[in-house]
Design a protein around this ligand. Structure first.
Ligand SMILES: Nc1ncnc2c1ncn2[C@@H]1O[C@H](COP(=O)(O)OP(=O)(O)OP(=O)(O)O)[C@@H](O)[C@H]1O
Ligand SMILES: [Mg+2]
Length: 254
């Protein structure tokens, strides 16, 4: 099926977000469509509204106008159980990654699974992780190249390794969409390329859509099929990428 005919996974239509009730406009009619499995970079200066856009998508900030559709449903203003269901399908890798540093690595990884577990299972896991759960965490860590860190204290890991833990946690959630907010901002250029290669390659292999903010336009062009520019709360597709061309595949040739 041609890209243009593929049903959208995420559709933002002219969404508006205000800073508090009646406050300044942080998003002023931002529109964006992401198809299943697509990789889209969002670039733009500090304060442009990139993180706010992500918060609006996963319902962390309310929208004061416009609509958000996800997987064919209108999810605008979802709350309670509907919002929890939405958040199970959207994994977030936060700008300041929110790993719990004193915990062992496997616990941070398995936190990604808590949303799909019953409360009883989550409580039991916190007290007595099973062999199967260790194995699941180890497999996720192996996918990001640090299986040997399973039982290490998270705070003992380097910045690049911690970013890999955050990616493993996002993948274990089995999401349809990953929102990665500046996942390489705090890394040296070489590690940044390694982490982006890993993140984009895993998203492609598992057919998960990826929306990723970046400050480096050259990395956006290299790793992403589409680049969207944010400025003053509005998202604009880079003309060279309009029409949904795909970035170079990161998977080895079959
Ligand atoms: N809760 C809030 N109340 C008031 N203003 C806010 C709030 N959250 C964000 N802002 C403002 O909204 C604007 C956009 O912020 P946002 O964090 O979305 O920018 P960004 O594009 O992610 O920037 P950066 O590249 O620095 O991460 C900024 O001017 C910020 O100060
Ligand atoms: Mg931000």
């Amino acid at each position: 099926m041609a890209m243009a005919e593929t049903p959208a996974l995420l559709e933002l239509h002219e969404i508006e977000v205000r800073a508090g009730d009646g406050g300044a406009m942080l998003l002023c009619g931002a529109s964006l469509t992401v198809r299943p499995g697509e990789r889209v970079a969002i670039v733009g200066p500090s304060g442009a509204g990139k993180t706010t856009l992500f918060r609006a998508i996963n319902g962390t900030v309310p929208v004061s106008g416009g609509t958000i559709r996800f997987a064919g449903e209108d999810v605008t203003g979802d709350a309670g159980a509907a919002l929890r269901r939405l958040r199970r399908r959207i994994a977030v890798i936060a700008q300041k990654h929110d790993l719990v540093e004193p915990l062992q690595v496997h616990r941070n990884v398995m936190a990604g699974a808590l949303g799909r577990w019953s409360t009883g299972r989550a409580v039991r896991y916190l007290a007595w992780p099973s062999h199967a759960e260790f194995a699941e965490a180890e497999a996720a860590l192996a996918a990001v190249g640090i299986a040997h860190k399973l039982r290490a204290a998270t705070k003992s890991l380097s910045g690049g390794e911690q970013q890999r833990v955050a990616i493993a946690r996002a993948l274990i959630q089995e999401p349809m969409l990953i929102l990665a907010d500046e996942p390489v901002a705090s890394l040296d250029p070489r590690t940044a390329v390694d982490v982006l290669t890993l993140l984009c390659g895993l998203a492609e292999k598992r057919k998960v859509a990826l929306l990723c903010t970046l400050h480096q336009p050259e990395l956006a062009a290299r790793f992403f099929g589409r680049v969207v520019e944010m400025a003053h709360g509005v998202a604009t597709e880079r003309p060279a990428f309009a029409g949904g061309t795909r970035g170079t595949s990161l998977l080895p040739a079959a």
